[in-house]
Write a new protein. Structure first.
Ligand SMILES: Cc1ncc(COP(=O)(O)O)c(C=O)c1O
Length: 390
């Protein structure tokens, strides 16, 4: 049922208050949005049914905790990733970014340095900056021939020596699509241990991993769990980001209490009832949809490489080991991200500019290939025309 034809069909999202499709500052009507990281596929029927069933009860008052929802998440992580989570280790969040921000506030003081590997998803930077902490950027190591990135452990050690009080990690990594290996994660955790700093690991992209890769949760690294908060969500995996619901997993009781205190201070209280219904269905009844999706995306990442070679011969695409995001080095075209974005708007395609991920992203663009292949192909054709026209 969730075969190539299902995902090829996609879903018309125009005029649905979709940030990706309906935000006119980025893209004009008729454009092809390959930017915001959600997908243009219908979500699994079990999710739609769960939301509809809840909507039939005509009262939408405050919700209480749902242990069966927690069990659903726990079962999913055990089944899909072999990770054991106990119910008391879970903390509900409105979204993953809230977890990043609350974690920064809980584990550091104003003025403290927080280390991140860059380029990285914009809200990593904002979580530190907007809370009056100092960003300590550690550039990932880039192989200029292949475009593949490596963890810069020596750079991270320098940041820790320089006083960083917390590490934020994106795993798998957005935007450079790296699936961190067990060895890399172990080495990073050893550093966190040696310098006695906590680690917040955003694992929202854990389910978008392509063979032969295998996802390793940081919580499974021996000795790491006691200083780590892992952030996860059904939102990205099952394409339900607009419902807003995520979770933090923290085995350290003191850290968990500190995180909870921040959440309480910010006024987050109960979960969104539709999101709770959707997440429970997602975690229990949608494996087949997810397997179909990952298979489809695997084909699309190969297509993405081919389209880059065909339409953007001067660009270098970073190998995609995970996520549905492709990181393109377009520096050979000699344009800034702002210039490319302007041309893209006029040319009917929207991408995410590399500078959203940090200053070393200048001249890079990120393409979201979580859409039907026909749309991706047309978007890349337009991009190629725009870039190659001069
Ligand atoms: C690494 C990463 N973390 C978090 C998010 C956003 O998650 P949420 O909507 O739950 O805040 C995204 C979305 O693109 C992401 O790529």
């Amino acid at each position: 049922m969730f075969d190539e034809a299902f995902f090829d069909r996609g879903i018309d999202r125009r005029n649905t208050l979709s940030l990706k499709w309906d935000e006119r500052t980025v893209m004009n009507e008729g454009g092809i949005p390959l930017w915001v990281a959600d997908m243009d596929f219908a979500c699994a029927p079990a999710i739609v049914e769960a939301v509809q069933a809840r909507a039939k009860h005509a009262c939408f008052g405050y919700s209480t905790d749902d242990p069966s929802g927690d069990e659903a998440l726990i079962g999913f992580w055990k089944r899909r990733h072999g990770l054991a989570i106990a119910p008391e280790e879970l903390l509900m969040l409105p979204c993953v970014v809230t977890g990043l921000k609350a974690g920064v506030r809980a584990f550091t003081k104003p003025g403290d340095g927080v280390a991140i590997f860059t380029p990285v998803y914009g809200p990593f930077h904002a979580s530190i900056r907007l809370n009056g902490r100092r960003i300590m950027p550690v550039s990932l190591l880039r192989d200029e021939t292949t475009g593949r990135y490596d963890m810069n452990l020596a750079g991270m050690e320098d940041a820790l020596k320089g006083g960083a009080k917390l590490i934020l990690l994106c795993s798998p990594h957005n935007p450079v699509s790296r699936l961190w290996t067990k060895d890399e994660l172990t080495a990073l955790c050893r550093l966190a241990e040696r310098y006695d700093v906590p680690l917040i690991c955003d694992e929202i992209h854990a389910d978008f991993v392509f063979k032969p890769g295998v996802f390793t949760s940081v919580l499974s690294i021996p000795g790491a769990a006691d200083r780590t908060v892992m952030l996860c969500s059904a939102s990205k995996t099952f394409n339900i980001a607009g419902l807003l619901q995520a979770a933090a997993v923290c085995k350290n009781e003191k850290m968990r209490a500190a995180l909870q205190a921040e959440m309480t201070a910010a006024g987050t209280m109960c979960g969104n009832i539709f999101a709770m219904a959707a997440a429970k269905a997602a975690y229990t009844a949608c494996d087949e949809w997810l397997d179909g999706l990952v298979g489809y995306l695997d084909g699309s990442r190969a297509l993405m490489k081919q389209l880059t070679e065909q339409y953007l011969p001067r660009a270098v695409m970073t190998p995609v080991e995970a996520t549905f995001l492709a990181w393109l080095d377009m520096r050979a075209y000699g344009k800034t991200c702002a210039q490319i974005a302007e041309k893209c708007k006029a040319g009917g395609v929207a991408l995410t500019g590399g500078t959203f991920f940090g200053e070393e992203g200048e001249g890079f663009m990120r393409v979201n290939f979580g859409c039907p292949r026909a749309l991706l192909t047309e978007g890349m054709r337009r991009l190629g025309r725009i870039m190659e026209e001069e």
